[in-house]
Design a protein around this ligand. Structure first.
Ligand SMILES: *[C@@H]1O[C@H](CO)[C@@H](O)[C@H](O)[C@H]1NC(C)=O
Ligand SMILES: *[C@@H]1O[C@H](CO)[C@@H](O)[C@H](O)[C@H]1NC(C)=O
Ligand SMILES: *[C@@H]1O[C@H](CO)[C@@H](O)[C@H](O)[C@H]1NC(C)=O
Length: 364
C-alpha cells in the first residue's frame, strides 16, 4: 500500500518534469519555426502556454521565465536537438534617422556577411519610403539577398517608462535603451547598435539564455545583446527603470542592472569580458595602422562613431567616411570597412593618387 503511494508520487513527479521539459522544448522550436523563411507566425497555443504555463493566468514575467530558464547553466549553455536556442535574427533600432551613413552600411554588411541572419529587423519610427542616402539605394537596388532579409518594423520612440517621462536631453538614447530591452523580450535574437562591426559569426553565443559584453571593473555594455526572449535578466533589467534617473546617460541601462542585479546573480548572464568589443577601442580603430590579432580576439567591435568628434585626433581630416575616402584612409577602421564593402563599390585607387583626389574635389 505504502509502496503504491510512493509509486504514484514518483510517477507524478516524473510526468511533471517531462511536461516542463516538453514546454521548454516547444518554445525553443517555436522560435526556430517562427523565423524560418517558409514558416508563418501562428503560435497562439504556444503563446497561451507561455503566458500561463500551468493554466493560471497572470503569472509575473519573471516567474514564467524561471519556468523556462530556472537553473540554466551560464557556462555551458544549451542546445536542443542540436539547434541553438536564440533565433538567428538581428535587430537594429533607428529612431528619427532617415539617412543611412557609410558606417551604418559597413556595419550592416559586416553583420550580414558574418552572421547570415534569417532576418534583419530595423525597428524605426520612419517609413521606408523616407529612408534616404546612397547606401540605402545600394542595398535596395543591388543587394537583393541582403534586402530580402530586411524587415522594416514600425516602432514608436518610447516617451515614458513606468509612468515617468523619459529625459528630453537624452530622449533618443534613453528611448533606444528601453526599446532594445522590449524588443529582446518580444523576439529574442541579436541586438546590435548601428555602429557595431561584426567580425565573426555569433552562433557560439546563441546557446545561452543571454550573453553580453561585461569587462572587469565595468558595467555591462548594451551595444550587443544576444538573448532568448525569455531570458530572466531582461524583465529585471527593465524593472531598473522603475526608479528612472533622467539626468544620467548610463545609470538605468548599465550601472543599475550591473550593480543591483548581476553583482548578486551573475548566473543570469553569460559574461563576455573582451570578445564583444564594447570597451573603448578608439586608439586601435582610428589611430593605429596595425592591430595585431584583432580578428582572433574579437567577435564584434563597437566603433564609437558618435564619440569620434572629441576622441579621434584625425577627425578633422575625416569628419565623415564614404566609399571614396575609405580607399586611402590609413587606420584600422579603413581596413575593416574595405573588407565588407562589395569590391565593385571600391575600385582600386589609381597610382596617380593626388590627381584623383583633386578631380574629386572639383566634382564636389
Ligand atoms: C524550415 O522549413 C523547411 C520547410 O518546412 C524545413 O525543411 C526546414 O528544415 C526548416 N528549417 C529550420 C531551420 O527549421
Ligand atoms: C523625433 O522625431 C519626431 C517627429 O519628427 C519629433 O517630433 C521628435 O521631437 C524627435 N525626437 C527627438 C528626441 O529628436
Ligand atoms: C556564471 O555564473 C557564475 C555564478 O553562478 C559566475 O561566477 C560566472 O562568472 C558566470 N560565468 C560566465 C561565463 O558568465
Amino acid at each position: 500500500m505504502r509502496n503504491r503511494k510512493k509509486l504514484v508520487y514518483f510517477a507524478l513527479a516524473i510526468s511533471f518534469l517531462l511536461y516542463m521539459n516538453f514546454s521548454f522544448f516547444r518554445t525553443i522550436y517555436d522560435d526556430i519555426e517562427r523565423w524560418n523563411e517558409t514558416a508563418t507566425t501562428s503560435s497562439s497555443d504556444l503563446n497561451a502556454l507561455l503566458e500561463s504555463p500551468f493554466g493560471q493566468p497572470g503569472l509575473a514575467p519573471t516567474e514564467s521565465a524561471d519556468f523556462f530558464f530556472g537553473g540554466f547553466d551560464n557556462e555551458t549553455g544549451r542546445t536542443f536537438d542540436g539547434r541553438l536556442i536564440v533565433p538567428n535574427i538581428i535587430h537594429y533600432i533607428r529612431f528619427n534617422v532617415t539617412k543611412f551613413s557609410f558606417v551604418d552600411y559597413v556595419c550592416l554588411r559586416s553583420a550580414y556577411l558574418a552572421q547570415k541572419p534569417d532576418r534583419i529587423y530595423l525597428h524605426t519610427n520612419v517609413k521606408e519610403i523616407h529612408f534616404s542616402g546612397i547606401y540605402w539605394q545600394w542595398i535596395r537596388k543591388s543587394e537583393r539577398d541582403l534586402y530580402s532579409r530586411i524587415v522594416v518594423q514600425p516602432m514608436e520612440l518610447p516617451k515614458e517608462i513606468y509612468g515617468q517621462p523619459l529625459s528630453e536631453d537624452w530622449g533618443l538614447f534613453h528611448g533606444s535603451d528601453v526599446a532594445r530591452i522590449q524588443i529582446m523580450m518580444k523576439y529574442g535574437g541579436i541586438y546590435l547598435d548601428n555602429d557595431v562591426y561584426v567580425v565573426h559569426n555569433l552562433n557560439a553565443y546563441r546557446k545561452y539564455e543571454i550573453a553580453m559584453g561585461w569587462d572587469e571593473g565595468e558595467f555591462i555594455g548594451s551595444q550587443v545583446i544576444i538573448a532568448h526572449r525569455k531570458a530572466r535578466f531582461l524583465p529585471l533589467w527593465l524593472d531598473c527603470y522603475r526608479k528612472y534617473n533622467p539626468n544620467s546617460w548610463y545609470y538605468n541601462a548599465g550601472e543599475r542592472p550591473t550593480v543591483e542585479i548581476l553583482y548578486k546573480q551573475p548566473e543570469l548572464m553569460h559574461r563576455v569580458k573582451l570578445r564583444l568589443g564594447v570597451a573603448q577601442l578608439m586608439d586601435e580603430l582610428y589611430e593605429s595602422k596595425e592591430w595585431p590579432n584583432w580578428d582572433q580576439n574579437y567577435d564584434t567591435m563597437h566603433l564609437l562613431t558618435g564619440h569620434r568628434y572629441y576622441l579621434d585626433s584625425h577627425f578633422k581630416e575625416y569628419p565623415d567616411f564614404n566609399e571614396r575616402n575609405i580607399q586611402h584612409y590609413p587606420y584600422m577602421f579603413g581596413k575593416l570597412a574595405r573588407l565588407v564593402v562589395p569590391p565593385n563599390r571600391l575600385p582600386r585607387p589609381p597610382t596617380d593618387f593626388g590627381k584623383k583626389i583633386k578631380l574629386e574635389k572639383l566634382k564636389e
